[in-house]
Write a protein that binds this ligand. Structure first.
Ligand code: ADP
Ligand code: MG
Length: 350
């Protein structure tokens, strides 16, 4: 479908580099006051006035971070923006601008790049961030995308990984694990399709978890939710590699330990069903597998009443003295040391 041999598709060479840049960036509008000059000069110009500026960047490489056989390009563009915006949110800041750099091989026609940029445009519109620049170059094989996101926050709002204190509560937004099981379903369907291309996958029973994988959202709402509740998170991180590894990052940076409670983990019923279908332990997946882009943060125990019963937040544990270590307390009340297994979780079962 993406092959350039198709007579109806436009070869990138027909437009040239500048023609391509003009074409793909023409539908973007500016929404942020801090954007003084966006695309069209040698550099963008921004003005954050009295606010602090946050900067984060990510690289996505075809075959390493995404597989175009089940990731539509529009979703890929959207997700590439989301993962960066999520990093800004993880500092308790507000995302404001992005730059997007792409390297494309001539295997991609113009229509493919249009799809990619439509996803990027939708994300910019939804999250009210401005596309302020980027770079366009060629690659010998696949597609590479690098997104940089900028954000703003008052100095006192910024939440570092290093701010957690002993006795703070550990809180997570939304539910966890679903994005990974969505990927398992997509990979299974891809294998079925490779054997028999006439087999159209029926993903109806998996709609939530597949959407969590293909169209994750960044929690731009959390900063405002917490501000309205008058809660300042002491430490914060986003869930890209699995909460086990994210908890360890907070503990290490903050010099504290942690008790995480298995029975408190927020799991979606569809996620639990699919774990059973795949014969996988839902707790192992939920704590070791990532890409949910929820936020994990700590708050002072005295703030508990402010978030209690709020459907956006689940208290899943508390911080301890560093020498107590980092543990998962199981439903049977056994204490297991937390391990940072990230994406290798399933290869290293012990
Ligand atoms: P320069 O030669 O100064 O690097 P370019 O010709 O690469 O400038 O880019 C022209 C303008 O288009 C710049 O504002 C740049 O930031 C923007 N731009 C280039 N490629 C992209 C892209 N893939 N996405 C968004 N903006 C881009
Ligand atoms: Mg350039």
């Amino acid at each position: 479908m993406l092959e350039n041999k198709d007579q109806n598709k436009t070869a990138l060479a027909q437009l040239g580099e500048f023609g391509l840049i003009n074409h793909i960036t023409q539908n973007f509008t500016i929404q942020q006051q801090s954007t003084i000059k966006a695309i069209g000069d040698d550099a963008a110009v921004l003005d954050f006035k009295s606010k602090k500026t946050l900067v984060t960047t990510d690289f996505l490489v075809e075959g390493v971070h995404f597989d175009l056989s089940y990731m539509p390009l529009k979703h890929l563009g959207y997700k590439a923006v989301v993962v960066n915006i999520s990093d800004v949110c993880a500092m308790n800041a507000t995302p404001t601008q992005i730059t997007v750099s792409i390297a494309v091989s001539n295997r991609f026609p113009l229509e493919a790049i249009e799809e990619l940029y439509e996803g990027i445009r939708l994300a910019c519109q939804f999250y009210k961030v401005d596309l302020i620049g980027g770079d366009t170059t060629s690659s010998t094989t696949g597609l590479l995308i690098s997104v940089t996101a900028l954000g703003e926050a008052n100095k006192s709002e910024i939440a570092y990984r290093s701010g957690a204190n002993e006795n703070d509560l550990l809180v997570v937004t939304g539910d966890i694990g679903s994005a990974y099981m969505g990927l398992q379903v997509l990979e299974r369907e891809k294998q079925v399709f490779l054997v028999n291309p006439n087999n159209q996958p029926d993903l109806e029973n998996y709609s939530y978890i597949v959407e969590r994988q293909l169209k994750p959202e960044a929690r731009t709402d959390v900063k405002d939710l917490l501000a309205k509740l008058n809660v300042q998170p002491t430490a914060m991180i986003d869930v890209s590699d699995g909460i086990s590894s994210e908890i360890m990052h907070i503990c290490k940076a903050s010099n504290v330990g942690c008790n995480l409670y298995e029975e408190k983990l927020p799991l979606d019923p569809q996620f639990i069903n699919v774990c059973e279908e795949f014969n996988l332990d839902s707790t192992t997946i939920a704590i070791n597998c990532g890409e949910d882009y929820e936020l994990l943060f700590t708050i002072a125990m005295t703030d508990f009443d402010k978030i209690k019963g709020n459907p956006n937040f689940t208290v899943i544990g508390h911080m301890t003295a560093q020498q107590e270590g980092m543990h998962l307390i199981t439903r049977e009340n056994t204490k297991l040391p937390l391990k940072a297994r990230g994406w290798n979780a399933l290869n290293q079962e012990d």
